[in-house]
Ligand binder design. Structure first.
Ligand SMILES: O=C(O)C(=O)Cc1ccccc1
Length: 406
């Protein structure tokens, strides 16, 4: 997958602009950034203990923004070099603010997302926290890091789509990091085919977008007679921005109408998703869990592994733990168990069997505050070799409205 980075985003790249160790820099997003993020950085202490101070000011340079990214990148590099867990680098003054919908330490909540302004993840951040500062990151990994290092309060992460299915890599990331799921957002996604003004379908030799967006539009694009090659890039709005900044007259992007506005592109075709009920589900991540409640619908997400050699029978027992308590499952996903992907079974006569080992991700409709759910999980623990609760969080109950232009 191609990575396009013309828009300043929080990044892992080590393009480090050196700062005087004693200087306190005000680092802000460039003014063309629509959702503004602004923060002050004390570079002397930043690498050592990730202490970050925030101001509400906006309006400095792209170089300043890149400097912030570089400092974050250097912290990441340090962490990778020393083999420390990220959380070890971070001071952990856990306050009540982490348990509330919005933090009380600043005026607005900062939400990290992967992509550039105009990405659907940015819209998901806005749906979860209407007045948030959305912080663009160039990789999902960086969005996690931004929360772990207190640069952001939350991250939003797309995990599944009604047409394209699960975003597998993001399930893996949930396990690799220690953030908690504190909410979910279901966002109707309305895709447009975008190109530079004056470009028509006949000029196009390729269509670029996020792989999920391409797969959600494949049928419609073919019906439009677009034989152009499909090329996967990191995010939808990044694709639009790439076309604009490189002045590509042979390339179109699948992205939102907001991306068209932001990057000066025209809409060649509106609503190119293969089905109008195209919904992407995002999870909202935080450093601390929310306190589970029983006064509104909650969902709980868990991941577990079966004991050696018990794969499917353990799964069956786990599912029955929920079924016998009438707890509805809304999702089950299996992913290769990266720590032990294969179990080799020698059979003297017939040879060697190689069984794949899986991790199972399950979402169920109950709150961890309910005795029913606690009992189910206590039983699940008996049947599994590994169990982690990723989060117990309020369900997105917004009224159903099929995808329409944002
Ligand atoms: O690339 C984006 O805009 C994203 O936020 C990821 C995505 C891609 C396609 C549908 C929903 C989310």
């Amino acid at each position: 997958m191609q990575s396009l980075t013309p828009y300043p985003r929080v990044s892992l790249k080590s393009v480090i602009r050196t700062n005087s160790p004693s200087s306190t820099k005000r680092v802000v997003a460039p003014s063309r950034m629509v959702v503004k993020s602004a923060y002050r950085f004390d570079s002397a202490s930043a690498v050592a203990n990730a202490e970050i101070k925030f101001s509400g000011e906006v309006g400095s340079t792209r170089a300043d923004w890149q400097s912030t990214c570089a400092i974050l990148a250097s912290k990441v590099a340090l962490q990778q070099k020393d083999g420390h867990k990220t959380l070890d680098l971070v001071p952990k003054p856990v306050t009540i603010s982490d348990l509330l919908p919005a933090p009380i330490h600043g005026s607005t909540i900062r939400v990290a997302y992967q992509g550039v302004p105009g990405a659907y993840s940015e819209a998901a951040a806005g749906k979860a926290y209407p007045n948030c500062e959305a912080i663009p990151c160039d990789q999902f990994e960086v969005a996690f890091q931004a929360v772990e290092l207190w640069i952001a309060d939350r991250a939003v992460l797309p995990v599944e789509n009604s047409l394209g299915g699960s975003i597998h890599r993001n399930y893996d990331l949930l396990l690799r990091h220690n953030l908690h799921i504190v909410g979910e957002v279901q966002l109707p996604v309305h895709h447009c085919l975008l190109a530079l003004p004056g470009v028509t379908a006949e000029h196009l030799t390729r269509v670029i977008s996020h792989p999920q967006a391409l797969s959600q539009c494949e049928h419609t694009l073919t019906q439009l007679g677009l034989a152009a090659a499909r090329e996967a890039v990191d995010d939808t709005a990044g694709a639009a921005e790439f076309i604009a900044t490189k002045n590509l007259r042979d390339t179109a992007a699948v992205a939102s109408s907001r991306a068209a506005e932001l990057y000066g592109l025209e809409i060649l075709a509106d609503g190119v998703q293969d089905d109008s009920s195209n919904v992407t589900r995002f999870v909202v991540l935080a450093r601390e869990p929310v306190v589970p409640r029983t006064d509104r619908p909650f969902k709980t997400s868990v991941v577990f592994a079966a004991p050696d050699g018990e794969g499917m029978s353990a799964l069956f027992k786990v599912l029955s733990s929920f079924a016998f308590r009438n707890i509805n499952l809304t999702k089950i996903e299996s992913r290769p168990h990266r720590n032990q992907p294969i179990r080799v079974v020698e059979d003297g006569e017939s040879g060697t069997a190689k069984h794949f080992e899986y991790l199972y991700y399950v979402d169920f409709e109950a709150s961890m505050a309910e005795a029913n759910a606690q009992n189910a999980l206590a039983e699940v623990r008996e049947f599994t070799s590994f169990l982690r609760v990723l989060g117990s969080y309020p369900m997105d109950m917004t009224p159903w409205c099929p995808s329409k232009r944002a």
